[in-house]
Ligand binder design. Structure first.
Ligand SMILES: Cc1ncc(COP(=O)(O)O)c(C=O)c1O
Length: 393
């Protein structure tokens, strides 16, 4: 394992987001579901109800910590997942999970300080850590999620300011920590005085339903919890939230969030609150889990048919991303070029690993998003990739 190091983010989020909208491609790259995955009729009904009943207040300035009635619903949902002390006044709504992560890091971390994260980790997070001028401490991930023995040793040795972990269906590895591992992880962080930032954004997509978060094993003194509805309801609403932790941290977080944009979109929050109050979320989640399972199965079968021996992929317990590890003779840059020429794009593994400046490590992984392309295109796209990879042998 490396010592903590300064780095430049390996990929730019803005480039992935631009690519997401390019027509004519089988897009297995950006982690964005297709429009048909959105609960449009239910969102429309919620919006119409909100417009009829909320009046002009939807277009005025609002409370900096977010719509109170929405925060009450969020707290109730978290309480059902075992966060006994979840309460509306411990929650600040944010503009997506991105703002929750960015604001927390900016409150907690000064340049030169250490931030630990998973390796591989979500590239948007790597970009935020690099921008904060923090030194990164990448921790290994295996099929069961973060390697807890390695994490314990590394936290004890380096005492980072915080550790950021996507605890369910981590992006890109797809790994989910079991409940026992969550409890142990909280204990490790508590013992070494490291704040755990739990990114819960994919938890509701688990086929078995949302598990107890790490925050359920803590009172906020060790764990900060961030999430959003981008993966479950709508990324365009941009509604996320944060339970920062202690009253002092909550206060500092609320102040930073307010400095950034005063408050998040009232319109979005009121529509989401109405959607939740109409009990539209759970039926949608049930449908989404089925959709994701069907698409993952199609893609896994296509990988089995078309990728060369030595290809490995752990079937995740939900969600829509597959993390494919290729044999190490594969030259990924060549695959990327040939795939692009054939009209298929995917996310190359190197985007998810921080490496010290000047160091260049070959990547042998690809992340495939199964949620966006139409199902026949998904199968065809994966088969095209498999043929390209096999043809390099
Ligand atoms: C692990 C993780 N965290 C945060 C985000 C950003 O979420 P949002 O769109 O709510 O800002 C993403 C988006 O892909 C993600 O994968």
């Amino acid at each position: 394992m490396h010592e903590p190091f300064l780095f430049q983010a390996p990929a730019r989020l803005v480039d992935f987001m631009r690519q997401a909208d390019q027509p004519g491609l089988i897009n297995l790259a950006a982690g964005v579901p297709g429009l048909d995955a959105l609960p449009f009729p239910a969102l429309r009904a919620a919006a119409e109800q909100a417009f009829a009943s909320e009046g002009a207040a939807m277009f005025a300035y609002h409370h900096p910590e977010g719509d109170h009635a929405l925060r009450t619903l969020l707290a109730q949902r978290l309480a059902k997942r075992g966060v006994a002390d979840a309460a509306s006044d411990r929650i600040v709504t944010t503009t997506g999970c991105t703002q929750a992560l960015a604001a927390l890091l900016s409150v907690l971390v000064r340049p030169g300080e250490i931030v630990a994260c998973e390796a591989p980790a979500y590239y948007g997070l790597l970009e935020l850590i690099a921008e904060a001028g923090a030194r990164v401490l990448p921790l290994p991930v295996n099929g069961a999620g973060l390697d807890l023995d390695a994490t314990e040793a590394a936290l004890e040795r380096w005492k980072p300011k915080c550790l950021v972990v996507c605890t369910s269906l981590s992006n890109p590895s797809g790994a989910t920590l079991t409940e026992a591992h969550r409890e142990r992880l909280v204990g490790i962080c508590r013992a070494s005085g490291v704040r755990l930032i739990e990114d819960d954004i994919y938890a509701e997509l688990l086929d078995s339903g949302a598990p107890k978060p790490c925050r359920a094993f803590d009172d906020g003194s060790t764990v900060s919890f961030v999430t959003s509805f981008s993966k479950t309801v709508s990324p365009g609403l941009r509604v996320g939230y944060c339970l920062a932790g202690t009253p002092e941290l909550h206060d500092a977080f609320a102040a930073r969030k307010c400095q950034l944009d005063l408050h998040s979109s009232v319109l979005s929050e009121v529509v989401l609150r109405t959607f939740l109050a109409r009990d539209s979320l759970d039926p949608h989640l049930a449908w989404l889990r089925e959709r994701n399972l069907r698409r993952r199965t199609l893609a896994l079968e296509a990988i089995g048919r078309s990728f060369p021996p030595g290809t490995e992929v752990d079937a995740p317990w939900g969600g829509y991303m597959l993390w494919v590890r290729l044999p190490d003779w594969v030259y990924l840059a060549e695959v990327t070029r040939a795939a692009r020429a054939a009209g298929v794009v995917f996310a190359g593994g190197s985007a998810f690993f921080a490496v010290p400046q000047g160091e260049n490590r070959p990547a042998f992984q690809m992340r495939l998003n199964c949620a966006r392309a139409a199902e026949p295109d998904l199968e065809r796209g994966v088969e095209i990739l498999g043929k390209i990879v096999s043809g390099l042998d």
